[in-house]
Design a binder for this molecule. Sequence first.
Ligand SMILES: Nc1ncnc2c1ncn2[C@@H]1O[C@H](COP(=O)(O)OP(=O)(O)O)[C@@H](O)[C@H]1O
Ligand SMILES: [Mg+2]
Length: 310
Amino acid sequence: MDAAELLSRLKANLCQVIRGKEAVVERFLVALLANGHVLIEDVPGVGKTTLAKALARSLQADYRRIQFTPDLLPTDIVGGMIYSPKTGEFSFRPGPVFCHVLLGDEINRASPRTQSALLEAMSERQVTSEGERRELPRPFLVLATQNPVEYHGTYPLPEAQLDRFAMRLELGYPDEESELAVVLDQRSTHPLEALRPVADTLDLVAAQEAVCRIHVEASVVRYLTRLVRATRDDPRLRLGASPRAALVLFRTCQALALLRGRDYVVPDDVRELAVAVIAHRLFLDTKASYSGTRKQDIVIELLDRLAPPT
Ligand SMILES: Nc1ncnc2c1ncn2[C@@H]1O[C@H](COP(=O)(O)OP(=O)(O)O)[C@@H](O)[C@H]1O
Ligand SMILES: [Mg+2]
């Protein structure tokens, strides 16, 4: 199956279960194709768990969920050595992170030490325990959820950690017609139960490789790096976007081009993904944050100021 076929099948499958959210589902697929992890910041009950499950089922992938709580330990995520009285030996018991699709729910409720165990696994795609390196499966996608930050009893993710997420997405409430469909869809059973696999994890890995072959003209690369660099000169920001952001923007633009059936990136791909890829990595200075400036508005402003390549 080629990448285009895989994408249209996945999109159709996910949209069958998640109603009225085509744009978010597309972005989610773009992140997946770019081999990136996704942070979803949203209120409960808007379909986050359902989305992760639908993806795993569509790809016949191993799915795990971790509920983050203040007393969760790093070993609860990555695993650890356990002693077997029978053999008198220690052996490694893999934690839930050894899967294809990992849903980390309410990641900001765990202690910073536990958060960093997950985030390390995310960026290294491996786990080191007792000096031994263990590779995570391929593909490996983390979908982490976070309550809107005002909630109490949370440890907000530090800058360095947020940078590990390829994108930050919001699902948001469905519109009236979609909400009606959600209710009617579940009259007797949940649509997840009827969802059939449309591909497997090897198809996804092949599609991720195809993404890297999408052409990006030098002028477009310059356009996207200039955008990233402009965040570092903005007086309202205490921290701009890193070169990692530029790399992710490059790769996700390739993925979006593929999703749209093109074998080359256009400047509009950069525009379309800029907020989802860049905004969460920025930190407002105190004055800007008190005056209610939004990070996404800064990204859009910078885009508007930058002349796209012709
Ligand atoms: N946009 C949507 N489309 C389809 N179902 C939805 C949507 N939003 C919420 N639901 C349904 O609401 C219920 C709760 O969703 P869930 O995925 O558990 O939410 P969350 O993980 O965000 O708290 C599920 O039955 C889910 O199917
Ligand atoms: Mg949930």
